[in-house]
Design a binder for this molecule. Structure first.
Ligand code: NAD
Length: 487
C-alpha cells in the first residue's frame, strides 16, 4: 500500500474558497495512525479568523450565479457527478479512512465508501423533485409555498465515521441549495479534506464546501456562534451538543443534533441464537465499538442468559484484532489514544462496581497502537455506570431480564434514545416491544442495517432532527409562503 507512505493530502492546509491554504498563523498539528502511532501528516490548526473567512467564502458562493443560479436539474446532475467521482476515488478514500481511523480496510471499502457515494446519488436524484404547493386563498387569491435553502450551513462531525457522517450532511445540504463550512474532528480530518478537492474537480464551484480543521472549542464554537451561519448540523457527544445548542440559540440557528447512545439489544428466549450471536457481536464491536448506534447493552432473557454469554464470549475471543490494512482483520484499534484511555478507565470502573469481565479487559497486540480486546462484562445491573454511560469502545455489558416489561424498562432506563434492537421469532411481540422502545431506530432480528432512504436520529438526549431519507433534506430547507392577492 504505497499511499500509506504518501498520503494524498496537501500537508498542513485548510480548504477555503476552492483552494488549499495554510492556517492564518501557519500552525499545524500531527495526524496519527492509531494502528502504528506513526505520524501520517500534519493538518492546519485553523483559527477563528480562518473560520470567518470560510463563512465569507460560503456566503459569496451562496449568492453566486455559479451555485445559486443553477437550475434544479443542473444541481442534481452535479451531485450525481460527485457520486461518480467518489466511486472513482473509492480505493484512495477507503485507504485514508483506514489509516486515519484504524478501521479495517475491508469495512471501509465494502461499507463506508459505497454508502458515501450512494447518499450523493440518492439526494442528487431528489433535487429535481423539490417542489412547493399552491393553495386557494380568500377571494380567488392563491398562496404558494416554496422550500428554500438556509444559506450557509455549519457542519461539525466526530472522529468515528469521518466521511459518512460528513456526507450525510453535505449531500442533503447541497441538494437543498445551501453552502457549507465544515469542521471535522481534530483526530480524523483527512478523508473530508480530500473529498473537498474531489468535489471541486467534479465541478462544485469554489466556496460551496469549505473545510476548516482545528479545535472544537475555538473554530467549532465560532461556527455555532457566527451570525452568518443559519443552520448547524452537529454529530458528536451529548455534552458537546448541549453546549453548541446553547450557543446556536443566541442567533436562533436551526440545529440538528445527532448525539450519543447506549443502545439496548434485547434477546428473547425464543430467538434464533446462532443469528443473534452474529448480530449482537456486530452491534457491540463494529468500528471497535466507536459507534453511536452500538448495541452496547445486551439484555438477555434469564432462561438463556448463560448460553448467550457463552456464545458471545466464544465469538469475541475469535475476533481477529490487528492491522487494519490486513484483509483478515475484523477489528482495528481505537481511533486515538484518549479513546483507549477512556475505555481502560471504564473497564476499571466496571470492575470496581462489582461487574465481572468474562473475556477481554486489556489492551491487545504488542503495545504499539491503540488496540484493545473485545470485552464483555456480566453481573451488570442497569444502574451501574458501565450500563448507563457511553463508553465508545469495544465493551459489552450483559444484563438479564425476566419478561417484556422488565426488558422495556431497562432498555428505556438511560438518558439516551438513539438505537435499540430486539430478537424474537414472535411477530406480535416484535411489533409490541418495538413500539414501546424509546429510540430513533429499532432493529428487529438485525442490527446496523442502514439505507440511504432510512432516516436516523435520536429520541431523548440522543438529539433531534433526522439524517438520510426524504426527512434528511427537509432539515436543510425552510418554508416560505407567498400569498398573491387576486383582487
Ligand atoms: P465530541 O463531542 O467530543 O466532538 C465532536 C465534534 O465537536 C468534533 O469535531 C469536536 O472538535 C467538536 N467540538 C468539541 N467541542 C466543541 C465546542 N465546544 N464547540 C464546538 N465544537 C466542538 O465527540 P467525539 O468524541 O468526536 O465523538 C464521539 C461522540 O459522537 C459519541 O458521543 C458518539 O455517540 C457521538 N456520535 C453520534 C452519532 C449520531 O449519529 N447520533 C454518530 C457518531 C458519533
Amino acid at each position: 500500500m504505497s499511499l500509506q507512505a504518501r498520503p494524498t493530502i496537501a500537508d498542513g492546509q485548510l480548504f477555503i474558497d476552492g483552494k488549499f491554504r495554510p492556517a492564518e498563523h501557519g500552525e499545524t498539528r500531527e495526524v496519527v495512525n492509531p494502528a502504528t502511532e506513526e505520524v501520517i501528516c500534519r493538518v492546519a490548526w485553523g483559527t477563528v479568523a480562518d473560520l470567518d473567512q470560510a463563512v465569507s467564502a460560503a456566503q459569496a458562493a451562496f449568492e453566486s450565479e455559479e451555485w445559486g443560479g443553477l437550475t434544479l436539474p443542473q444541481r442534481g446532475r452535479l451531485l450525481l457527478r460527485i457520486a461518480d467521482a467518489i466511486d472513482a476515488h473509492a480505493e484512495e478514500l477507503a485507504l485514508l479512512e483506514s489509516l486515519n481511523v484504524g478501521k479495517p480496510i475491508t469495512v471501509a471499502s465494502a461499507f463506508d465508501l459505497p454508502f458515501a457515494s450512494s447518499v450523493f446519488r440518492y439526494y442528487g436524484g431528489m433535487v429535481e423533485q423539490l417542489e412547493g404547493s399552491a393553495r386557494p386563498a380568500a377571494r380567488r387569491s392563491i398562496a404558494i409555498t416554496r422550500k428554500e435553502p438556509y444559506g450557509v450551513v455549519g457542519a461539525i462531525t466526530p472522529f468515528n465515521f469521518p466521511l459518512n457522517l460528513a456526507i450525510n450532511k453535505i449531500a442533503a445540504a447541497l441538494a437543498a441549495g445551501n453552502t457549507i463550512v465544515h469542521k471535522p474532528a481534530e483526530q480524523t480530518p483527512l478523508s473530508t479534506l480530500r473529498l473537498a478537492e474531489i468535489m471541486v474537480e467534479a465541478g462544485l464551484p469554489a466556496g460551496v464546501y469549505n473545510v476548516v480543521t482545528g479545535e472544537g472549542a475555538t473554530v467549532g464554537a465560532r461556527l455555532a456562534e457566527h451570525p452568518g451561519v443559519r443552520k448547524l448540523a452537529f454529530t458528536g457527544s451529548t455534552a458537546t451538543g448541549k453546549r453548541l445548542i446553547a450557543t446556536a440559540a443566541q442567533t436562533m440557528k436551526k440545529v440538528t443534533a445527532e448525539l450519543g447512545g447506549k443502545g439496548a439489544n434485547i434477546v428473547f428466549a425464543d430467538a434464533n441464537l446462532d443469528a443473534v450471536t452474529q448480530w449482537a457481536h456486530l452491534a457491540a464491536f463494529a468500528n471497535t465499538g466507536q459507534f453511536c448506534m452500538s448495541g452496547s447493552r445486551l439484555l438477555v432473557q434469564r432462561d438463556i442468559h448463560d448460553e448467550m454469554v457463552e456464545r458471545m464470549v466464544a465469538r469475541a475471543a475469535a475476533t481477529a484484532v490487528g492491522d487494519p490494512l490486513d484483509p483478515r482483520t475484523e477489528m482495528g484499534p481505537l481511533a486515538h489514544r484518549t479513546q483507549l484511555e477512556r475505555v481502560m478507565e471504564y473497564v476499571a470502573i466496571g470492575k470496581a462496581e462489582g461487574a465481572t469481565v468474562v473475556t477481554g479487559g486489556a489492551p491487545a497486540g504488542d503495545g504499539r497502537g491503540f488496540f484493545y480486546q473485545p470485552t464483555i462484562f456480566t453481573g451488570v445491573t442497569p444502574q451501574m455506570r458501565i450500563a448507563q454511560e457511553e463508553i465508545f469502545g469495544p465493551v459489552l455489558t450483559v444484563i438479564p431480564f425476566e419478561d417484556e416489561d422488565e426488558a422495556v424498562a431497562i432498555a428505556n432506563g438511560t438518558p439516551y434514545g438513539l438505537a435499540a434492537g430486539l430478537h424474537t421469532t414472535d411477530l406480535s411481540r416484535a411489533h409490541q416491544v418495538s413500539a414501546r422502545l424509546q429510540a430513533g431506530i429499532v432493529w428487529v432480528n438485525a442490527w446496523a442495517m442502514f439505507e440511504n432512504s432510512i432516516p436516523i436520529g435520536g429520541y431523548k438526549q440522543s438529539g433531534f432532527g433526522r439524517e438520510l431519507g426524504p426527512e434528511g433534506i427537509d432539515e436543510y430547507l425552510q418554508l416560505k409562503t407567498v400569498v398573491i392577492n387576486a383582487e
